[in-house]
Design a protein around this ligand. Structure first.
Ligand SMILES: [Zn+2]
Length: 161
C-alpha cells in the first residue's frame, strides 16, 4: 500500500465533490465525472468522507455488499454503493487526478472544460493478488489493459507517490 495513506488528517463525514465537476454519461463506461469549468493543476476535486470503521466492522460491511475502502491497516470507510457522486470517477492508466493525501484527490495537471476526470484505481486496490476482471480501454499510451494489485510496484507508478 502507498505510504501516503498513513495520514493524521481527520476525514470529513460527507464526501465532497468540487462544484466545477458534473456527472455525465460516458460512451462506454457508464457515468463519469467531467469538468464543467477549467480546473487548474493542484486543485482538490474530491474529498472522501464517510463512516470510518476498523477491520472487523469493514468485513461485516463487505459481506452486506457495502462499498469498503481501505486507508490504513485498521482504518476503512464503509458506504452504500452508488450513494455518492465521488464514486463515479472512472479509471485511466494516464489519470489527471491523484491522491493529495489519505482523503483528498487533486488534479495533477490543468483540466479543460468537458474533459473527464480519472484516477488510477490502483490507488485503492489493497489486495496484491487481485487481477481486474474488466479490460481497461482507456486508450492512454501507457494503458496496462489488465489492472492488478501489484501494479503499484511498477516504476512509473512509484514515481508518482
Ligand atoms: Zn488503461
Amino acid at each position: 500500500m502507498f505510504s501516503l495513506f498513513k495520514s493524521k488528517i481527520k476525514p470529513p463525514r460527507e464526501d465532497w465533490v468540487n462544484p466545477k465537476i458534473e456527472i455525465c454519461e460516458t460512451k462506454k463506461r457508464g457515468k463519469g465525472l467531467f469538468a464543467s469549468q477549467p480546473i487548474n493543476k493542484g486543485t482538490v476535486v474530491i474529498i472522501w468522507g464517510g463512516n470510518y470503521v476498523n477491520k472487523k466492522q469493514a468485513d461485516i460491511a463487505k459481506n452486506r455488499g457495502m462499498l469498503v475502502m481501505q486507508f490504513d491497516d485498521n482504518l476503512f470507510s464503509i458506504e452504500d454503493r452508488g450513494e455518492s457522486d465521488a464514486y463515479f470517477i472512472n479509471h485511466s492508466c494516464n489519470p489527471n487526478v491523484w491522491m493529495k493525501d489519505a482523503f483528498r484527490l487533486e488534479t495533477m495537471r490543468d483540466v479543460k472544460i468537458g474533459e473527464e476526470l480519472t484516477a488510477d484505481y490502483i490507488l485503492w486496490e489493497t489486495d496484491e493478488n487481485k487481477i481486474s476482471k474488466w479490460k481497461c480501454e482507456c486508450g492512454a499510451f501507457n494503458c496496462r489493459q489488465v489492472i492488478t494489485g501489484k501494479d503499484y510496484l511498477l516504476p512509473e507508478l512509484q514515481k508518482k507517490v
